[in-house]
Design a protein around this ligand. Structure first.
Ligand code: GAL
Length: 650
């Protein structure tokens, strides 16, 4: 693996258009002091670049390019289409998005466009063409940053153009209205459609909406935004074939199917804003870094946005404790990031984000924050051994956007958070220093020794075959409750659920018995005993083994005495079925057995709150995210990792 970039990138969103030019002089000097390699320019500059329709003003941006270039700083040029100027709404009010309740959103904030607006698209693409022509040959240009955080504020719109585009999308998917009716199961509740023109977006309605219609609108809305991205990308690619193109992701983000998006991008970038007051935020942070690496097929990615101290959008905005900015930056690098960038370079003086921290705080350069930024810039420049190297993983967790939507729909057996279920399995692996990739349903899994399949509720037949092939070929799979209950149309897999996985797992499922409402999800309301003895929560069911052996049974509750965990040998491999959510210790114990069978060992011999370890290239990084020193055993020797610090071995 090689890096796209000659050194670890360092820098952030640079918004000089919010400042007078005297400040620009100081900006370049301070960027050089901090070791900034890269400035992301113009993310929200459309109104400045095109103050009235068709009248472009590039003089100021020419100056910014020239100054950065003279200072040896590369430009990640944004296409500036994230937020249209107010004149677009004045000229084309129909371009504004409409909520599910029929409210048309207005100007004065940002991202106020419908994903399917033809006016937005036309004006956005004209601007992108101009930018490509003007800056495509500039020697400072390092990459293109298209849009910004697509779907962050407006993932869906229910305006007339969106409804028309949804109908066209459905026609392309189903061909005939009869096939749509069959897929959506419209004989239920008198929903049968006579033509595509009768179909609507699933806006507010009297009762539960048609589940497949809702899922199709989720899929369509992600596709509509992706089409905006690819339209901009195509213009840039034609103008500058050698300049890489990205848009910034938002970690575990439900409203855009990142497997589809990632395939359209030259490199993956991510924005991350963990809550400094949550002692467990490092877990999801580590997982989101692993997700970004996986989305890019293992290639290095860039952390496009994070912040130095505090954000401004939580009810209470805790400051990152001293050291944590560095710690989380190096965590990203250890998990595959070849760039550490921020929102934003200089803390704003006005506007909605004036209390959001930045690289240069309100206090200027003689501050704790800027000194930490300078030190980090210097340290990142030394990371030449790990730049561009792989982060090898033998374990994967399957993540599937359709299942995420389906699991969290209305009218399901019990309310579950898809990401919480994934993280319940990720956490014990992180605790023992086992590196995890995320895998896409339906892909070849044979590169892994162990694959975890949590709550894979809406599964295609092909994806189930891929899991079965993996197991039969010698892999070890762990499949949880609420997997393969439905197909991709959200039709139930009758006759014991699980479809093809009945053979893989050697079980069928007769009846669900979610734990009754009112019991806390955090308290182990249930217990399981046998090969794994543990508390358990959320779920029970009646599992009927065919070829599987029973590992543990429910000790109590509706399914007392019935199987809770089973193991089935299949071909060269084995597959476990887990009919509940064991507590963290129970999951750790089960995974310990699975990993031992697969010959996978982690980097940490014992776990401790806040501690994680990951190997990139030949280098082992051990992080302590907690506020107290941690003693860990690495390679048999006890080692202290100071609070909010890390050690690098190798
Ligand atoms: C991101 C966004 C940035 C800034 C930041 C604040 O969502 O891309 O422009 O708003 O959040 O945390």
């Amino acid at each position: 693996m090689t890096s796209l970039f000659p050194s670890v990138r360092f820098g952030g969103d640079y918004n000089p258009d919010q400042w007078p030019r005297e400040v620009w002089d100081e900006d370049v000097v301070l960027m050089q002091r901090a070791g900034v390699t890269t400035a992301t320019v113009g993310v929200f500059s459309w109104a400045r670049l095109e103050p009235s329709p068709g009248a472009f003003d590039f003089e100021w941006l020419d100056d910014v390019f020239a100054r950065l270039h003279a200072g040896g700083i590369r430009v990640m040029m944004a296409t500036a289409t994230a937020s249209p100027p107010p004149w677009l709404a004045a000229l084309h009010p129909e371009s504004l998005p409409v909520t599910a309740s029929g409210v048309r959103l207005t100007v004065g904030s940002r991202q106020q466009y419908s994903p399917s607006s033809s006016a937005y698209r036309e004006y956005a693409l004209r601007l992108v063409q101009k930018l490509a022509e003007r800056y495509g040959d500039h020697p400072a240009l390092e990459a293109w940053h298209v849009g910004n955080e697509y779907a962050c504020h407006v993932p869906r719109s229910y305006d007339a153009e969106s409804i028309a585009a949804f109908r066209a999308w459905l026609e392309a998917r189903y061909g005939t209205i009869a096939d749509l009716n069959a897929a959506w199961g419209t004989s239920f509740w008198s929903q049968g459609y006579g033509s595509f023109d009768e179909v609507h977006a699933p806006a507010d309605a009297p009762s539960f909406k048609n589940p497949t219609q809702v899922l199709d609108f989720d899929r369509f809305s992600s596709d509509a935004l992706l089409a905006l991205f690819t339209a901009e990308r195509d213009i840039l690619r034609a103008a500058t074939p050698s300049i890489p193109i990205t848009t910034n992701f938002m970690g575990f983000f439900k409203d855009a199917d990142y497997w589809k998006w990632a395939k359209q991008m030259d490199f993956i970038t991510d924005d991350s804003y963990p809550d400094p007051s949550d002692p467990n935020s490092y877990v999801q942070l580590a997982a989101s870094r692993d997700l970004m690496r996986s989305l890019g097929g293992g290639k290095p990615w860039l952390l496009m946005e994070q912040t130095t101290a505090a954000v401004n959008w939580r009810p209470r905005n805790a400051v990152k404790p001293v050291g944590v900015n560095r710690l989380q930056s190096l965590q990203a690098h250890a998990r595959g990031a070849d760039g550490i960038l921020y929102f934003q370079w200089r803390q704003a003086k006005a506007g909605a984000e004036k209390f959001h921290s930045a690289m240069v705080p309100h206090g200027g350069a003689d501050t704790r924050v800027f000194r930490e930024v300078e030190a980090l810039g210097a340290e990142l420049a030394t990371l030449t051994d790990t730049l561009g190297t792989d982060v090898p993983a033998r374990v994967a967790i399957l993540i599937d956007w359709d299942s995420w939507h389906a699991l969290e729909q209305d009218a399901v057996p019990t309310k579950l958070s898809y990401i919480e279920q994934l993280l319940a399995w990720y956490r014990p692996l992180l605790d023992s220093g086992v590196t995890v990739d995320f895998a896409e349903a339906g892909t070849d899994l044979s590169a892994y020794s162990v694959v975890i399949v949590p709550v894979f509720v809406a599964a295609t037949d092909a994806a189930l075959v891929a899991i079965d092939d993996f197991v039969a070929g010698g892999g070890r799979a762990v499949v949880t409750f609420q997997s393969a209950v439905l197909d991709e149309r959200l039709h139930v897999r009758l006759g014991g659920y699980l479809g093809q996985l009945q053979q893989t797992l050697g079980v069928s499922v007769e009846e669900f018995a979610p734990v009754a409402a009112g019991e806390s999800d955090d308290l182990p309301a249930l217990a399981i005993s046998g090969g794994i003895t543990s508390g358990a929560t959320l779920w029970q069911e009646i599992v009927n083994p065919t070829t599987a052996e029973v590992v543990s049974t429910f000790s109590d509750g509706f399914a007392a005495g019935l199987p809770a965990i089973t193991r089935n040998s299949r071909g060269e491999g084995a597959a476990w079925y887990v009919a509940t959510l064991p507590d963290r210790g129970g999951i750790a114990e089960l995974l310990g057995q699975v990993l031992a069978e697969a010959g996978v060992t982690g980097e940490l011999e014992s776990s401790a709150q806040g501690v994680e370890a990951v190997r990139r290239g030949g280098t082992l990084f051990v992080f302590n995210h907690s506020a107290v020193d941690a003693e860990v055993s690495i390679g048999g020797s006890p080692t202290v990792v100071p609070a909010h610090d890390l050690i690098i071995v190798g």
